[in-house]
Write a protein that binds this ligand. Structure first.
Ligand code: CP
Ligand code: NVA
Length: 304
């Protein structure tokens, strides 16, 4: 049987995603009660990182250990991946030795190439285009605080980047409406906008996007790989900060999320990190539980 991969949210059906989110909450509750679970005993996850990471690395590595398995960190600097060995050859070899592979790259195409050659499930742990694992955690966090997100309005404020693209996919899969406010020239991919035009509304004014929204979300102005654009982006995005004034136009129960790392004073004001409606820390913790659910699903082909 060909391995199931998780390269974008569209690799799962809505039912599978909803089951994953529920299972993530179950694993969170069990873990908090101190229950030991060894569903992935003797299983191994390879973790390939072309880019830096704190949350993704810690959550996948801790998650495998908590489920009785192991995870290995592979950096292109120390492996033949960084010396030009074809990605497909690496995929054939690595996947012949482990039970799943998690990979974070610049080009999305690299993850796709790896997955096509891999005999083990491959998980996209962020590319320049998508960050689906973060959306599992975000959807789980919303549900734990507010119940189903179906029919809600979500406001994306800032860059039309990898996180925004995954929010567009999530709008389709989880059935909510997404208002996207970006400066001119920083809109999400035209293909995604076209494919999901009934789910998303593109706007310029952050206040318009945030009005009566049930969830406000933002991300850094310059993503990994865009460090040279930092100054130009600070200028372009200067009106795109989530702060109290923006929160005031949202629904009174609106939640606030940020995938982190955050740049306080840029895309989010310092006080908003600790706002009563901010669920940013819970969201970060849920990377652990959401991905444990994902690992069980992909490696064991079941959730129980
Ligand atoms: N949110 C997120 O993916 O964080 P890291 O880059 O630290 O993994
Ligand atoms: N958009 C950010 C997300 C980091 C988790 C980046 O790609 O750097």
């Amino acid at each position: 049987m060909a391995a199931r991969h998780f390269l974008t949210l569209n690799d799962m059906s809505t039912t599978e995603l909803e089951n994953l989110v529920d299972h993530g909450t179950k694993l969170r509750n069990e873990w908090r009660q101190g229950k030991v679970r060894d569903s992935l005993k003797n299983r191994v996850l390879a973790m390939i990182f072309e880019k830096s990471s704190t949350r993704t690395r810690v959550s996948f590595e801790a998650g495998m250990a908590q489920l009785g398995g192991a995870a290995m960190f592979l950096s292109p600097r120390d492996t033949q991946l960084g010396r030009g060995e074809p990605i497909e050859d690496s995929a054939i070899v690595i996947s012949s030795m482990v039970d799943a592979v998690m990979i974070r790259t610049f080009a999305h195409d690299t993850v796709e190439k790896f997955a096509r050659a891999s005999s083990a499930p491959v998980i996209n742990a962020l590319t320049d285009d998508f960050h689906p694992c973060q959306l599992l955690a975000d959807m789980q966090t919303y549900r734990e605080h507010r119940g189903s997100i179906r029919g809600a309005t979500v406001a994306w404020i800032g860059d039309g980047n990898n996180m925004c693209h995954s929010y567009i996919n999530a709008a389709m899969q989880f059935d909510f409406h997404l208002n996207v406010a970006t400066p001119e020239g920083y809109e999400p991919s035209p293909e995604l906008i076209k494919a999901h035009s009934d789910r998303i509304t593109l706007m310029r004014a952050p206040e318009e996007a945030a009005r009566n929204a049930n969830l406000l979300v933002t991300d850094v102005w310059a993503s990994m790989g865009q460090e040279d654009e930092q100054k130009a982006r600070e200028k372009a995005f200067s009106n795109y900060q989530i702060n109290q004034a923006l929160m005031d136009v949202a629904d009174k129960d609106a939640l606030l999320m940020h995938c982190l790392p955050a740049h306080r004073g840029e895309e989010i004001s310092a006080e908003m990190m600790e706002h009563p409606n901010s669920v940013i820390w819970h969201e970060a913790e849920n990377r652990l539980h959401a991905q444990k659910a994902l690992l069980e699903f992909l490696i064991l082909n079941r959730l129980d």
